[in-house]
Design a protein around this ligand. Structure first.
Ligand code: GLC
Length: 494
C-alpha cells in the first residue's frame, strides 16, 4: 500500500510538472508575442517622432515650397492657387445671400441675411449627407442631387428673408477641392481629394456644372462667388476680426489659405489689385517633404488610396485618415504578434472601419478600466475580452498618430508665418496675427487641438507665440462664401 501511495505521488508530481511546463511554454510564447506587439508599437513611435528640429525643417520646407508654388504653376506640390479674392469683407455687406458648402461627406446650404455693420442678422441652414455612390459616380448625378436640395431649401424661404424686387438670388459656392480659378465665379477642377472620384468632372468648370444643374431644377439664381473652404473661413474670420491673416481647415481633409502681397506672386499676370493683396489657397494637403516622418503604414495607405502619390500631408494629419492609420498598425500587431488572439479579427481587415471620431473617443477615455476602448473595440471591430494592458496599448497608439498629425499641422502654420515674416517679430506692441481655424478634427479632437497649440508655442517661442492666436471660426466657410457673394454681388454698382 505504501508503495502504491509513493507511486501515485510520483505520477502526480510528474503530471503537475508537465502542466507547469506547458503553462510556462504558453507564458513564454505569450510574453514573446506581447514583446513583439510592443516592439511594433515602439518602432512605429520612433518612425513617427517629430522632435523640434524636425518640425523646424518641415516649417522651412513649407516656406520654400510656398515660394516655388507662387513662382509658377506646377513649380511645387503646393499648388498655391489664386483665389481671385483681393478684398476681404469689410463689414458693410448687406442683403440676403445663399451659400452652398460642398467638400466632405455632408454638404450644407445656408441663407444668410447680412445687416451691414450689424453683421449677420439672420441665418438658416440645412445639412445633407452625400450618398457614397455619388462620390464616385458622374458629375451630372452629383450636381443634380445638390441642386435639388438647394432648390428645396430656397423654396422654404420665409418672409423674414426677402430678396429686393428685381434681383435674382445670389449664391456663394464653397467647393473644397483644388480648383484653378479663372475668375471669382468660375474655375476648373484640377483633381478630387478626400475620397471623391468623379472622372468626368475633372478639368470642367464646376460653376458651369452647378449652374446647369440649378437650371434643370428650374431655379433662377446667380452663382456669384466660387471659393475654397479655407478662403471662405478666412473671409468669415476677417469679417469679425480684422487681425485674421490666414485660415486653416483640419477636418476630413486639411488645407490653408492666407493673404499674400500681390507683388509676391510671380505667376499672377493680371492687373495688380487695388488692395495690393490676394488670397492664396495653398492646397497644403498635397505638401510633401523628405522631412515628413512617413512609415510603412502611410506608404501602404497611400498606395491603396484613390489618389496614390497625392495629398501626402493630408494623409498623415487629417480626419479622414488618422483612424485608418491606427487600424493598419493594429492589423499588423494582430497578424504578427497575435495581439487579439490566435486569429486576426475579420473586421480589422476592413479599410476605414475605424473612424477618427472613434479613435478620438478611445484616446480620451479617462475611465480606470478604459471602458470606452473596450466598448469601441467590441462594437466596431468585434474584438471582445480585451485585457487592460491591450487597451492601454490601443490608447498609446492613438496618441502617437494624433501627436504626429497635430505637431505637423503646427509646423505647417509656422511655415506660413515664416513666409509672411511673422515668425520672429511681434510687429509692435499688441499686434495680433490671428489664424481662423475650422474643421471637425480641430473642433472635436481635444488632445489633437491641445497638442497643436502647445507645439505652436514650442516652435515660436514665448514672445512671438503671444502674438499668434488660433481662433475657432465656427462654420465660417459657409458664412464666408455668403459674404464673398455679397462683396462681389452683380448688383453692387446698380
Ligand atoms: C482637401 C481639399 C481642399 C480643402 C481641404 C479641407 O485638401 O483638396 O481644397 O480645402 O480638403 O476641406
Amino acid at each position: 500500500m505504501g508503495k502504491v501511495v509513493a507511486c501515485a505521488t510520483v505520477i502526480g508530481a510528474t503530471a503537475a510538472c508537465a502542466v507547469a511546463t506547458v503553462l510556462i511554454h504558453r507564458y513564454v510564447k505569450k510574453s514573446k508575442r506581447w514583446g513583439k506587439a510592443i516592439a511594433i508599437l515602439k518602432e512605429f513611435e520612433e518612425k513617427c517622432a517629430t522632435p523640434t528640429l524636425k518640425l523646424k525643417q518641415v516649417a522651412d520646407a513649407m516656406t520654400v515650397e510656398m515660394h516655388a508654388g507662387l513662382a509658377s504653376d506646377g513649380g511645387s506640390k503646393l499648388k498655391m492657387l489664386i483665389s481671385f479674392v483681393d478684398n476681404l469683407p469689410t463689414g458693410n455687406e448687406e442683403g440676403l445671400f445663399y451659400a452652398l458648402d460642398l467638400g466632405g461627406t455632408n454638404f450644407r446650404v445656408l441663407r444668410v441675411q447680412l445687416g451691414g455693420k450689424d453683421g449677420v442678422v439672420g441665418q438658416e441652414f440645412t445639412e445633407v449627407s452625400i450618398p457614397p455612390n455619388l462620390m464616385v459616380g458622374t458629375s451630372h448625378e452629383l450636381f443634380d442631387y445638390i441642386a435639388a436640395e438647394l432648390s428645396k431649401f430656397v423654396n422654404e424661404e420665409s418672409e423674414d428673408f426677402k430678396v429686393p424686387p428685381g434681383r435674382k438670388r445670389e449664391l456663394g459656392f464653397t467647393f473644397s477641392f483644388p480648383v484653378k480659378q479663372t475668375s471669382i465665379s468660375s474655375g476648373d477642377l484640377i483633381n478630387w481629394t478626400k475620397g471623391f472620384k468623379i472622372d468626368d468632372a475633372v478639368g470642367q468648370d464646376v460653376v458651369a456644372e452647378l449652374r446647369k444643374a440649378i437650371e434643370r431644377q428650374g431655379l433662377d439664381m446667380n452663382i456669384t462667388a466660387l471659393v475654397n473652404d479655407t478662403v471662405g473661413t478666412l473671409a468669415g474670420g476677417r469679417h469679425t476680426n480684422k487681425d485674421v491673416i490666414a485660415a486653416v481647415i483640419l477636418g476630413t481633409g486639411t488645407n490653408a489659405a492666407y493673404v499674400e502681397s500681390a507683388q509676391a506672386i510671380p505667376k499672377w499676370h493680371g492687373d495688380l489689385p487695388k488692395s495690393g493683396e490676394m488670397v492664396i489657397n495653398m492646397e497644403w494637403g498635397n505638401f510633401r517633404s523628405s522631412h515628413l516622418p512617413l512609415t510603412e503604414y502611410d506608404y501602404s495607405l497611400d498606395a491603396e488610396s484613390l489618389n496614390p502619390g497625392e495629398q501626402t500631408f493630408e494623409k498623415i494629419i487629417s480626419g479622414m485618415y488618422l483612424g485608418e492609420i491606427v487600424r493598419r498598425v493594429l492589423y499588423k500587431m494582430a497578424e504578427e504578434a497575435w495581439f487579439f488572439g490566435e486569429t486576426v479579427p475579420s473586421k480589422l481587415k476592413v479599410p476605414f472601419i475605424l473612424r477618427t471620431p472613434d479613435m478620438s473617443a478611445m484616446h480620451h477615455d479617462s475611465s480606470a478600466d478604459l471602458n470606452v476602448v473596450k466598448t469601441k473595440l467590441k462594437e466596431i471591430l468585434e474584438i471582445s475580452d480585451t485585457s487592460l494592458e491591450v487597451r492601454k496599448v490601443v490608447v498609446a497608439l492613438c496618441n502617437i498618430v494624433a501627436t504626429r498629425g497635430a505637431r505637423l499641422s503646427a509646423a505647417g502654420i509656422v511655415g506660413i508665418l515664416k513666409k509672411l515674416g511673422k515668425d520672429t517679430i511681434t510687429n509692435g506692441e499688441g499686434q495680433k496675427n490671428v489664424i481662423a481655424m475650422d474643421g471637425g478634427l480641430y473642433e472635436h479632437y481635444t488632445e489633437y487641438r491641445k497638442c497643436l497649440e502647445n507645439t505652436l508655442k514650442e516652435l515660436l517661442g514665448e514672445g512671438v507665440s503671444d502674438s499668434v492666436i488660433v481662433e475657432h471660426s465656427n462654420d465660417g466657410s459657409g458664412t464666408g462664401a455668403a459674404l464673398l457673394a455679397a462683396s462681389h454681388s452683380f448688383y453692387l454698382d446698380g
